[in-house]
Structure formats: C-alpha cells, structure tokens
Design a protein around this ligand. Structure first.
Ligand code: SF4
Length: 362
C-alpha cells in the first residue's frame, strides 16, 4: 500500500479525525487500493456500530408530484397541465396510512412536491390524517426545503413551522434537499432550492427542538470530489454541535430521466468505484456518525451488499411505495423483502436486525 494512504487509514482506524485533504486523497484513489479503503472502513464500522445489519419496516406516502420548483436532477415533479399529475387528499392518504399499519410498518415517510397551493396548514393536515389512520406509527416527514416553503407561504418563521409540525405529530425529519451543500453546485442542479446556509440553519433549528433528522448527499452528477468533502465537513460540524443526525445516507444520482443529464450538464451517475468510496470515505471521515446507510433504491441490492463490507451498517427501509427514484429512471424501487435483506446480510457473515427509525432494535 502507498505510504500516504497507509498513514491516513491507520489514523482513521486509530480513531483520529481525518482532515479534508486526506478525505480528498481517498476519493482520488482509482486502483486496487480502493479495497484497502473499504477494508479500513469496514473495521471502523465494526468498532463503531457492531456487526448487525439493520433495517426499518417503512412505507412512503408521496402526497403530490406537483411542484413549484424545477430541480435539474428531478424526474419526478410535474407542472400544471402535465400528464400524470396526482394529488392525494384526506381519503387516499388515510387509505395508504391504514394499509401501512396493516403491513405493520413502524415508520411512515412523506415527502412530496411543493404544491402551489400548500401552506404550513397543508403539511399539518397531512400529519394529522396519517396519525388518525395509523396511530402509533413514527412519522418521518418533510425536509428543510418544505419547512422553508411552508414558512414562506404562511408568513411564519421556520421555527414556528417546526413547532407546529412537531405538535401535529412530526417525530423526525428527512435530511433531504441537502443534495450538495455548495452553492455554485446548487445553482446548477437546484437553483430554486434553499441555499446551503438556510439548509444548515433549519437543520440546527430542528435538532435544537429535539426533532432528529437524517443526513444525506446526492452525488454523481456535476459535483467534484472537493464539493463532496466540503459537504461531509458541514455535516460533521453540525453533528459535533447537535448530535441530531440519526444516520448518513449517500444517494447516488439516478440520471436517466433528468433535465440536467439530458442537457449535458451532468454525468451519467456515479461509477461503482465512486459508490463504494462514498460509503467507505464517509465512514472514515464522519467519525461522529454511528450509522451509515446504503440505499438499495439508488444502488441496487448487489452494490448495496458490497457497501455493507465497505463501511455501511444499515440497509434502510422496505419502502412499499417509492416514486421519486422511479421518476428519475430507477427500477425495482417499490419494495425490498426483508428475506432478501437477510440473505444479503448473512451472505457477508452478518446478522440482520429490525430497528425503529431512531435505531432502537425491535
Ligand atoms: S427535487 Fe423536490 S423540490 Fe425539486 S423539483 Fe423535484 S419535487 Fe420539486
């Protein structure tokens, strides 16, 4: 192994915090030393998160695909007049929530387009309807973009929106809409989304209220390795302050039906090397995160399995219904049978255990 690489990996295994430049050097690795990085990340995973591979029984409810934004990486949203628009009202949402309860999910997830008529009350109504139909289920919903949008549409502060959402039964929030927390990249891929500092501010606000969130990154489009490291450094700094992130979830860009790919402004997604390094380097760099999830929805189950021996300890959820990645061109995104999760976890010598959204074992 190369001297510099060995130095970096030994430091990470010993529990030392890696510098940005060291993470950058790891991301630049292109040859068989990728496996050395994955092996080091696997050792760190074992020490920090143990051997269990976890999963959560969850269901998505996408309320509407109408959206006032037009993010360049999104193949899901529709504009008024487009074909295939949907908007689910109370009856349909409660039907889906009841079905989720019958399937014994412990978590319902809602994220949707930013409907032109939505206000803070719209989100609150949806949360209440879900709780009426599926009492006891953990509601994992919204994200900083939706909070900012609800605040703007209702003349409220984001803090007031979060309080109202919490009172309506929001248990934890999605750390999506992060994409890449570097404004010039955001300008290219999602110029209408909240800027980096606003995302950070709302996440801190949520954590301060006891609303825990996930942390995500969407990579494999037009970002550089330096952008990825800058993003990871922001997440690590927030986690030092708040300890409010439950997990880190790398989301590999699904390019097929997206405007930025069609316009030649984005690569055709990450390569397998990049997907593996994303998991491994995150595990080594994010020394204050216990949980690193591999997304079978974005990566497919085979690459997700390799992520389990490259630093990841979690396979995410069963889903049951998924429209956002499917809209962008992903396949097999609707449901993953826990029996298949067990097969791939045990195939790499690890036990599979069910968890709640907040990582309590059940
Ligand atoms: S990513 Fe979200 S905010 Fe952006 S266009 Fe798609 S649905 Fe709308």
């Amino acid at each position: 192994m190369d001297h510099e690489l060995k130095w970096i990996l030994d430091r990470a295994i010993a529990g030392d915090r890696l510098e940005d430049a060291e993470a950058l050097a790891l991301f630049a690795t292109r040859d068989r030393q990728v496996w050395e990085i994955a092996a080091a990340a696997d050792r760190v995973r074992e020490a920090r998160a143990g051997n269990k591979v976890t999963w959560v029984r969850n269901q998505n409810i996408n309320v509407t695909n109408l959206c006032v934004n037009a993010c360049g990486f999104c193949g899901y949203s529709k504009k008024p007049g487009d074909e295939g628009i949907y908007f689910h009202g109370r009856d349909e949402i409660q039907k889906k929530a009841r079905m989720a309860k019958e399937r014994q999910v412990s978590e319902i997830c809602t994220v949707s387009g930013l409907h032109p008529d939505f206000t803070a009350q719209s989100y609150i109504d949806v949360y209440r309807w879900i709780h009426e139909a599926a009492p006891g289920v953990h509601l994992h919903a919204s994200n900083p973009m939706e909070v900012a949008y609800a605040a703007r549409k209702s003349g409220m502060t984001t803090g007031e929106v979060l309080v109202a959402m919490k009172e309506a039964g929001l248990h934890s929030m999605c750390g999506t809409a992060a994409e890449i927390l570097v404004d010039p990249v955001r300008d290219t891929i999602c110029g209408e989304k909240i800027p980096t500092q606003e995302w950070i501010r709302i996440i801190r606000e949520a954590h301060a209220m006891g609303i825990r969130t996930t942390a995500t990154i969407m990579y494999g489009h037009c970002e550089t390795d330096a952008d990825i490291v800058a993003h990871l450094a922001i997440l690590r700094e927030i986690q030092d302050e708040t300890h409010g992130f439950t997990e880190f979830v790398p989301l590999s860009f699904i390019h097929m039906n997206t405007p930025i790919f069609r316009a030649g402004k984005a690569r055709a997604g990450a390569t397998g090397r990049q997907d593996l390094l994303m998991v491994a380097v995150s595990r080594l760099f994010l020394d204050n995160f216990r949980n690193i999830q591999v997304s079978w929805v974005k990566e497919g189950i085979k690459l997700a399995q390799l992520g389990l021996i490259a630093g990841a300890n979690d396979l995410g959820g069963t889903m049951f219904e998924e429209s956002i990645s499917k809209g962008a061109g992903a396949v097999n995104t609707d449901y993953l049978d826990p029996a298949e999760m067990k097969r791939v976890a045990e195939d790499v010598g690890r036990p599979l255990r069910r968890r709640t959204t907040l990582y309590e074992l059940v």
